[in-house]
Ligand binder design. Structure first.
Ligand code: SF4
Length: 1532
């Protein structure tokens, strides 16, 4: 059995076993309390609780956010709730304590400060109605913690268990609690009754009138004479423990220091067993508490021999004096008294302590004490005395006086710090007084100041909150003055005080006064004759005029200072001694949302009331959660509303992880505003060490759902002719909306946001979702009324559409057989109807690690957790779709069709009648899931008795992409109508296919899916737009235009893609057209950037051979233009002016487009062309349908190209018919023919590609199916000429070269490292802003590389200094990253890509960080290893050519590939499948070390892993699936 060494552990373990919810109060969310680490350990070990269903919920809260507020919600919901905390929160929580005392909540309180705790925190709240229990030793902390829980359950009242963990730390270790004892002591039936009870939601402000009651037999409800008295029997049959016994008891319990153990046996309390004839309620009385405690202690004693009682006395039976200790370390006193020389006055004194401090069971004390006791010294360790007499002294006086005439004399002392060195002196002093003729009251004993507290939590700015500090620094630089800056030195003032905003505010006012005087001095000086030179006079007077205008004053300040410095007069020196005052600062106070609980008394209120020009930044870190949003009882107030109502303040609500630009705007506006400004800054986190990705996701949810709206409010806006209120996000909270409506500002919002629907904010809440479900179902049912036949309800859960399509078809077939069918997603179905169904058919596919697809998860969880669904009259059948090889490892086989199997079993368990066995569709079968389905469906019809129906109608064939294309009228479809439909952010499914040809995809924000679904909202639809930019070259002007589009119309970021173009994300439907027009205005287009056409043509970036590059780049442009589709639909839909369109458009279908190259059905699949210029293969020439390798002639000019065909990356996991492939060499063609050859290759593919199976439609399969030679022949036939023999070339890398380079013409080129191509501003790195500044110089050009980086090209020497300075200023010149990072690349994946199975762009940088220490240790910092990651096997970042690659398999799980060629020349191969971060690191770290140790000179990692036999080389796409590192397990 394990052992326990601290009270924190002992208590935490008991609380864990005995609670449903534990509120763990912590100094911060990143630092542990003395309890919290044990909760974590227990949770990690999945230790079960005795009362919670599985294990208790641990709610971590910071000590300064009104932590007891978090108790109301669970306790009112019938959850057994415990709190672990220090005593520091108690006094502040008094209003809550009075109410919580009437609930069975347990507070375990470690009294602070450690080393010399102040028990006035306990005495101050003694009247709150709680039961108070004290423990003094480690064993007691375990037993009394258990007592506390058992007592709370029994009595229904709150219990506070307090202890000094510093003193307890001296105890010897104890064993873990005995689980069976805990089970025996807790009344689990009573616990279950509490869990079933729920109290009404009431306000937190008013007393809810609740009081804990007991159900008792009616005969007991009125009077219980002579039964329970709360009397404590003298120990062990009336014999007090002798000194000898006491010493023995202590010796048994401690090794080093004597510990004093409980010395009184529990008095046998009267049994409460009664025959109950009828029940009545009565309030819980002190007697009840004592009776319950006695029962609990009797149980503990029986099991362990350890006894406890309300009061405990140790000492001689004939003692004449005693000390009553409260809060002190009893052991120190006991040791001293026991070993004292007989000559000491205290030698035979007894010691009394209270185990139950409240209720004060005073009547029981007198009988416990030996009759011989005449005098008692009451020593109270209470540092803050609020009353003249110590609280315990008063208690004691009352109880002993009332016990009779012979009561002992009581003398009170205030006890200071005592240790084993001072105890003797203290006792002597105390007893000298006690035994004197007329003892004095209230003497002080010991050192009242105590030692310096040992463990004091150092104040620290939470790391994450630095985000806002950094932006303040960026915006205001030297002007920034944070008045309550942590760590700033203030003479004689503690950091705790100086960092408080209230202190800061005071210091700001003083500073302001100081500057005012300084301005006057300067003004006076400017008119004086005190200077030696004349120039200070003029500059000073100029400055004095503009001293309050920050721009002007700050511009003049350096000039004034320099003139004064040159002057040298005493007057000049005098002014210079405060030279910082020449600058006008931007004054800031930093605060936290802790103020929101008591705004009227907060720093915010002071600042607002003062009207001073002070800026406040208030960081709110409470994460959005449904619970927080829905918990109306929370007392937290809206600081923004408070400030707006005040009327004189600038107010902004911002979130750095939602809109960086808006944060900047708000800060600048706040600074400019002459008066108080309040910026509420959102930064949600659970723990201070949460990853930025988590913070980002939390922020997005909160902003999207209106929990944290983004806005700016300038009360003087209308004076400037501007709106007072600027809404910067889409949705707002109800309260805010009401405020605006009341003050008529809502109309402003509506004017500026015509699409803003206030109704959206009303849809906040889950009932809406319920209503929607009900409405849909009722509408269906109505439709079916009057139809004959049995009902059949088909429910599906589907991720990729297969289960949905199958379900709809099944429902149609059912209908044809005469059944009344309904078909809907599981999550759209109202669960309460399930028991009333006759036949329910469920179809589900398998997501992630055997999970339900998104639209069935809620349904499944409800069915799984329901205890009262009775399906005895329901027939059901389940068909599951999955892939038996998706999880090749044996242990993962359970995931195969798990959702289907699970729901089948669950419905069985709920009493449902199966119509068939659970049907299993397997992607590995010859016809994939259809094979299993073909067997299952007839069984279903048979079971339903409709298998023999005649004359079934023919079914229409499913609509394919080819149908969509052909029916689209050259890519028009109904796109235009869809764009004009304001009721949804989406467009129709066929249009989603068609818009790809126009360069845009519909997506939805996957970070928000679940949350929006829960709120009854459609997904957050937006569009990705991809530009067409041959060779990836843009002018500075175009860069600025692109940047503006991303900021104004997109999500404030741009992606530089692996195919050298700009991609925008987050463009909502209403902004799609303006964005397209803006792109065209920038002389770019998006047509054919996606879709089944030739896409953007790539070209090597090659900065050092500028002239040659220009020649090759021209070819990329020629090919791109040559292969452009000619439909006019693009122009018609996106570019025509809405107003004049009617005039241009010829009626109806009169315009018939003609696509000479493509024809009406375009290509079978996408088609990609790239050009590489040796020796750089930075465009991965082998990975594309057509790869052109530029060949330089002897004259240094472009001569022609070697042509590769049939490269391609896309793969489907576990589908061996799909594979990546490198291009095959067709031969050499001269420059002037190359675009024609590209065209002919495309045409052979157009006519021969597989149009039936999109997974087999790329050119690579066409070539492998017909053979390279036949394919080449067909191209030559169309072309009318022959390929020449391929020319020699050599590649040496496929990565970029970072930093500055000079070309043959003397021009300079700088390659920036843009991690994964994402252009964005963060607090750490304002890259986007920096690049805007660079572009504004209008020098050179911007080239996007195939590795998602950026080159600033063609900078003349004369412009270099200016450019370099800018790069330095914005840290854009940083390229000193590990070579591993520099050679890495990831696709977009989450949150926008609909195909992503795992994170990629947001995760790869983190993974690399975790590998970098190994790379450093191995000495490989400068050695490039090409590492790539994608979120799915579609392969956008060309992972199959990397030396090491990770391809998403499920959330958090990746397939790992090894052995790609360093030049992008060889495919890699599967090494391990479905591994998570831990395994990735376990595999890679030793492999990297091995490589560092054993590699040959110049040997690349991809080659090494093959030589070292980690993996077998892939020589062609067709053997990609052979000899993989991990064989699939064939066993089921
Ligand atoms: S590789 Fe997959 S996850 Fe990544 S962007 Fe492409 S389609 Fe999306």
């Amino acid at each position: 059995m394990g052992s326990i060494s601290t009270a924190g552990e002992a208590v935490a373990r008991i609380a864990y076993l005995s609670s449903d919810v534990i509120v763990s109060v912590q100094p911060s969310l990143a630092s542990d309390s003395e309890f919290s680490e044990y909760f974590r350990a227990l949770q990690k070990a999945k230790a079960p609780s005795l009362v919670a269903k599985n294990h208790p919920e641990i709610v971590a809260v910071r000590h300064n956010v009104d932590p007891l507020l978090s108790v109301f919600q669970p306790i009112r919901a019938g959850k057994l709730t415990a709190v672990t905390t220090t005593s520091s929160i108690l006094v502040k929580s008094i209003p809550h304590l009075y109410k919580l005392a009437q609930y069975p909540v347990v507070l375990h309180v470690s009294v602070q400060p450690t080393g010399f705790p102040d028990f006035s925190d306990i005495t101050s709240i003694r009247q709150s109605g709680f039961t108070f229990l004290q423990s003094e030793t480690l064993q007691q902390s375990q037993d009394i913690a258990l007592t506390a829980h058992a007592l709370a359950i029994k009595s229904g009242k709150g219990v506070i268990h307090f202890f000094d963990s510093g003193a307890i730390a001296m105890s010897k270790n104890i064993p873990h609690e005995d689980r069976e004892l805990v089970r025996g002591v807790l009344d689990l039936n009573a616990a279950a009754a509490i869990q079933k009870s729920r109290s009404e939601e009431t306000s937190l402000y008013a007393d809810d009138g609740r009081s804990a009651t007991l159900s008792v037999a009616r005969s007991q409800a009125t009077a219980v004479p002579g039964t329970v008295t709360g009397r404590v029997n003298p120990p062990d049959g009336g014999q007090a423990m002798t000194v000898v016994d006491r010493t023995r008891a202590r010796a048994e319990s401690s090794s080093s220091s004597s510990r004093r153990e409980s010395s009184t046996a529990s008095g046998a309390s009267s049994s409460s067993a009664t025959t109950v004839e009828s029940l009545a309620s009565k309030p819980v009385s002190s007697e009840d508490i004592y009776r319950f405690a006695s029962q609990i202690w009797a149980n503990i004693k029986e099991a362990t021999g350890r006894s406890y009682d309300a009061f405990e006395y140790t000492g001689p039976v004939n003692a004449e004096t005693a000390i009553f200790l409260f809060g002190a370390d009893t052991a120190i006193f006991a040791d001293e008294i026991d070993t004292a020389d007989d000559s000491e006055t205290y030698a035979n004194a007894g010691i009394i302590t209270a185990r139950i401090y409240r209720p004060w069971l005073g009547a029981s004390l007198a009988p416990l004490l030996p009759q011989s006791i005449k005098r008692i010294a009451v020593l109270e360790q209470v540092r803050r005395k609020t009353t003249r007499w110590g609280p315990v002294l008063l208690d004691l006086l009352m109880s002993l006086k009332s016990s009779g005439a012979n009561s002992p004399m009581i003398v009170g002392y205030q006890l200071g710090y005592i240790n084993d060195k001072t105890v003797q002196q203290a006792l002597r002093g105390a007893f000298q007084n006690l035994t004197s003729e007329s003892p004095l009251q209230n003497l002080q004993v010991g050192n009242l100041d105590g030692p310096t507290p040992l463990s004091k939590v150092a104040l620290e700015q939470p790391g994450l909150e630095n985000a806002y500090m950094k932006i303040l620094n960026q915006v205001f630089g030297e002007r920034l003055h944070i008045a309550n800056q942590l760590g700033a030195k203030h003479a004689g003032i503690s950091n705790e005080i100086s960092s408080s905003p209230e202190y800061g505010f005071g210091s700001l006012l003083a500073r302001k006064e100081h500057r005012k005087r300084f301005i006057e001095e300067a003004r006076a000086a400017s008119k004086s004759n005190d200077f030696i030179t004349r120039s200070p006079l003029e500059w000073l007077s100029k400055w004095a005029v503009d001293a309050d205008n920050s721009d002007k004053a700050n511009a003049l300040a350096p000039e004034v200072i320099s003139r004064l410095s040159n002057d040298g007069s005493p007057a000049a020196s005098q002014l210079l001694s405060f030279k910082s005052l020449f600058f006008k600062e931007s004054p800031w106070l930093i605060g936290s949302d802790a103020w929101a609980y008591d705004l009227g008394n907060s720093g915010v209120h002071h600042v607002l009331a003062s009207g001073e020009n002070v800026n406040m930044l208030i960081v709110d870190s409470q994460p959005y959660s449904e619970r927080a949003a829905a918990d109306a009882a929370r007392r937290k107030k809206d600081i923004g509303l408070y400030a707006m109502n005040f009327g004189n303040a600038y107010v902004a609500s911002v979130a750095v992880y939602s809109s960086y630009t808006q944060v900047l705007e708000a800060m600048i506006e706040a600074d400019k505003f002459d008066g108080p400004s309040v910026i509420l800054a959102y930064l949600p986190y659970e723990k201070e060490n949460d990853s930025p990705l988590t913070v980002l996701q939390e922020t997005k949810k909160a902003v999207d759902l209106g929990y944290w709206p983004l806005y700016r409010w300038d009360p003087r806006g209308d004076e400037k002719g501007e709106p007072n209120f600027q809404l910067d996000s889409e949705r707002i909270k109800k309260e805010l909306e009401e405020f605006l409506r009341r003050d008529n500002y809502m109309s402003q919002v509506m004017k500026r946001h015509p699409d803003f629907s206030p109704a959206l904010s009303a849809s906040y809440g889950t009932e809406v979702r319920q209503l929607q479900k009900r409405k849909a179902k009722d509408a269906y049912s109505k439709l079916l009324e009057g139809l004959a036949g049995d009902p059949m309800t088909v429910l599906f859960a589907s991720d990729n559409g297969n289960a949905e399509t199958l379900s709809k078809r099944l429902a149609n077939r059912g209908k044809a057989r005469g059944l009344k069918t309904i078909c809907m997603a599981m999550d759209d179905y109202p669960l309460e109807d399930l028991p009333t169904e006759q036949n329910v058919i469920l179809l589900t596919s398998t997501a992630g690690q055997g999970e339900f697809p998104q639209n069935g998860r809620t349904f499944w969880e409800a069915v799984r957790d329901s205890t009262d669904l009775d399906l005895a009259t329901v027939n059901f059948a389940v068909f599951a779709l999955g892939d038996s090889h998706y999880w090749p490892r044996k242990e993962d086989k359970i995931y195969y069709n798990k959702p289907g199997k699970d729901i089948h079993n669950r419905l069985l368990a709920l009493g449902g009648n199966p119509l068939t066995e659970c049907g299993l569709g397997d992607d590995q079968d010859p016809d994939a899931y259809q094979t299993g389905y073909a067997e299952w469906e007839p069984q279903l019809w048979q079971a339903l008795g409709v298998d023999k129906v005649e004359g079934l109608p023919d079914e229409p064939p499913p609509i394919t992409n080819e149908d969509i294309k052909i029916n689209s009228n050259f890519l028009r479809g109904t796109i235009e109508e869809g764009l004009n439909d304001p009721t949804t952010g989406a467009i129709s499914a066929p249009d989603q296919q068609l818009t790809k040809f126009h360069g845009t995809y519909m997506q939805d924000d996957r970070d928000l899916r679940d949350e929006r679904k829960a709120q009854g909202l459609e997904p957050a639809y937006s569009f990705m737009i991809r530009c067409r930019l041959p060779g990836g070259v843009a002018t500075p002007k175009q860069w600025l235009q692109m940047d503006e589009i991303s900021t104004k119309l997109g999500n404030e970021t741009m992606k530089l893609t692996t195919r050298q173009t700009f991609q925008f994300h987050g463009v909502v439907k209403g902004k799609l057209k303006p964005a397209m027009q803006a792109i065209n205005k920038a002389l770019m287009t998006t047509i054919a950037a996606c879709g089944d056409v030739n896409r953007n043509v790539m070209c090597s970036s090659l900065p050092q051979h500028s002239q040659y590059h220009t020649e090759v780049h021209a070819v990329s442009k020629t090919i791109s233009d040559h292969l452009l589709p000619s439909t006019t639909a693009y122009h018609e839909i996106w570019l025509q002016d809405d107003e004049t369109k009617e005039k241009k458009k010829v009626a109806g279908d009169a315009i018939v487009d003609h696509e000479p190259l493509y024809g009406p059905t375009y290509l079978p699949r996408k088609f990609k062309i790239t050009i590489a210029i040796p020796p750089h293969n930075d465009t991965d020439v082998y990975a594309h349908d057509v790869g052109l390798i530029a060949i330089k002639g002897a004259d240094g000019h472009l001569e022609g190209f070697n042509v590769l065909a049939g490269g391609g990356m896309g793969v489907t996991h576990n589908n061996k018919k799909t594979y990546p492939r490198t291009g095959s060499m067709l031969g050499y063609v001269p420059t002037n023919a190359v675009h024609i050859v590209c065209e002919k290759i495309m045409l052979v593919q157009r006519d021969n590609g597989d149009r039936k199976d999109r997974k087999h439609a790329r050119l690579k399969y066409t070539i492998d199916d017909m053979g390279v030679d036949v394919f080449r022949g067909k191209v030559e036939e169309l072309w009318g000429e022959k390929f020449a023999e391929a020319k020699d070339f050599k590649f040496d890398s496929n990565v970029d070269t970072f930093g500055w380079l000079k070309d043959e013409n003397g021009l300079n080129h700088f390659t920036f490292f843009i991690e994964n191509g994402r252009i964005e501003d963060t607090a750490e790195f304002p890259m986007k802003t920096g690049l805007i500044e660079v572009a504004k110089l209008q020098k050179g050009e911007f080239r996007l590389t195939g590795n998602q980086h950026l080159i600033l090209s063609n900078i003349a020497d004369k412009d270099l200094p200016q450019v370099k300075e800018l790069l330095k200023k914005y840290k854009l010149d940083a390229t000193n990253f590990s070579a591993l990072r520099l050679s890495s690349s990831a696709c977009v994946a989450f949150p926008t890509c609909g195909l992503a199975m795992a994170e990629s762009e947001r995760y790869l940088p983190e993974l690399i960080t975790k590998l970098e220490s190994t790379i450093e240790e191995a000495g490989l910092r400068q050695d490039s290893i090409v590492m790539r990651m994608t979120g799915c096997p579609n392969g956008c970042a060309r992972p199959w050519l990397a030396e090491v690659a990770f391809v998403g398999k499920a959330f958090g799980a990746y397939n790992m590939y090894l052995g790609g060629g360093y030049h992008g020349n060889r495919l890699n191969k599967l090494y391990r499948s479905s591994i998570k971060e831990e395994e990735i690191l376990d595999i890679l770290k030793p492999m990297i070390k091995h490589y560092a140790k054993d590699r040959h000179e110049g040997e690349r990692f991809g080659d090494f892993v093959i030589r070292a036999k980690y993996i077998v080389a892939t020589t062609h796409g067709t053997n990609f699936h052979e000899n993989t590192g991990e064989e699939e397990s064939e066993e089921e």
